[in-house]
Design a protein around this ligand. Structure first.
Ligand code: ATP
Ligand code: MG
Length: 380
């Protein structure tokens, strides 16, 4: 049987609220892996994991926000012999090594330095090569209340904060490359995210969105998607507004509808995948007018990212291949070849007076479809 030691990221800095963050992380880990970790001196420990289960849990932990790194450890009793015995199973003879001990249990009869020395000498006498400056492997020993843990490998986590610790946000997800990457960044800042998508076509697009959200669910667990048919709303906009302003008006309407859902689900704000200047609708003038339609804050975590940087992250988190599949983007439905890039709020508001905004918003809300994605079944 194996153990896993989980070291968390920024939670350690949260003095008064530390227990709150730890509990969130423990809860999230239990939901994803089926194992409830125990708390020990600023780290979390899962005991009694079989090799087979470990491989599955490893996957889940590397995708759980709030974890700085975790270690695949062997559990020893509180004696030097037992520690040496476990270390012998991990240490490779062909690489130089160094022992690094951390002793949180001050009642243990040896200090960290003594443990380093005793264990190091044992292996040195057996022909292992020591290198205290540039070792090829580090043998970590953690001595806690009732046990010691021994490990070699540290596996990096995502960092950030546990999902749910910062509250809930609603993401406008479009099917492109950017918005799924925004979701990832906000999940890493502890936000639980629900998704809203507006579609014009009857078929095809929904499946793509559901697929993208499923991929993102590996970070936060189950997700909820609100799908809003937008075609009829757009038809009415097309009848009454000039084609160079339509994209802005579509997007303002999306925000208004999203905001109403956000209120219902008690989300504290909206997220978009906007990046300054990337496309015509994303000039600073336009974004100012678009975001003005919402009274909730609109967060755009990618605002300062280059496309190249966004694509790299999309590849890393696994959304890229799905994002680049062709789909019909309803924002560009019957808009001018050269859309407005310097929108003025007064102009747009004047044009919008021709529409019955409240009725259009209600129409969108009335026809919404709600989809619950399940966890990607690695463990379940
Ligand atoms: P993305 O790659 O996320 O599609 P983009 O660079 O194509 O972004 P736009 O199409 O202008 O940019 O969209 C900007 C943002 O507006 C999107 O990131 C998303 O948050 C929101 N958005 C656009 N279209 C939709 C839609 N059909 N449903 C929900 N949100 C949308
Ligand atoms: Mg798009």
């Amino acid at each position: 049987m194996h153990s896993i030691i989980i070291h968390y990221a920024e939670i350690g800095l949260k003095k008064g609220k530390r227990a709150f963050f730890e509990n969130k992380l423990m809860h999230n880990i239990e939901k994803k892996t089926g194992f409830r970790p125990e708390r020990h001196y600023g780290s979390l420990i899962i005991d009694g994991v079989s090799q087979k289960k470990y491989e599955l849990i490893k996957n889940e932990l590397s995708n759980t926000p709030g974890i700085a790194y975790f270690c695949h450890a062997l559990k020893a009793t509180l004696t030097i012999n037992s520690i040496i015995n476990k270390a012998g199973k991990l240490l490779g003879k062909n690489k130089t090594f160094k022992v690094v001990t951390k002793r949180s249990n001050k009642a243990f009869k040896h200090t960290s330095i003594e443990v380093n020395k005793l264990v190091g000498e044992h292996f040195y006498n057996k022909g292992f090569k020591v290198d205290v400056h540039n070792p090829e492997q580090r043998l970590y020993i953690e001595v806690i209340e009732r046990n010691a843990y021994v490990y070699i490998e540290k596996i990096s986590g995502l960092g950030g904060l546990p999902v749910g610790s910062s509250g809930k946000l609603l993401l406008l997800v479009s099917g492109g490359i950017d918005s799924p990457v925004s979701a990832y960044y906000m999940m890493k800042r502890g936000c639980r995210i629900e998704f809203i998508h507006f579609y014009n076509e009857k078929a095809g697009v929904k499946e793509k969105i559901i697929e993208l959200v499923k991929i993102l669910s590996k970070f936060q667990g189950r997700s909820i998607i609100y799908l809003i048919p937008f075609r009829d709303i757009q038809k009415e906009i097309i009848l009454k507004t000039p084609s160079d302003k339509r994209m802005i008006i579509y997007r303002r309407l999306m925000l208004r509808i999203a905001e109403r859902i956000a209120e219902q689900i008690k989300a504290k704000g909206l997220i978009t995948g906007d990046s300054a200047g990337q496309v015509a609708s994303q000039t600073l003038d336009n974004l100012r007018v678009i975001w003005n339609a919402a009274s909730l804050p609109v967060y755009a975590p990618l605002i300062g990212f280059d496309k190249e940087e966004i694509i790299n992250i999309a590849r890393r988190i696994g959304t890229y291949e799905t994002s680049i599949l062709p789909y019909s983007d309803c924002c560009s439905y019957l808009v001018a070849k050269h859309p407005e890039t310097r929108a003025k709020l007064e102009d747009i508001e004047r044009i919008e007076k021709r529409l019955n905004i409240e009725r259009l918003v209600n129409k969108g809300l009335r026809n919404k479809e709600i989809i619950h994605t399940r966890l990607l079944p690695t463990l379940l």
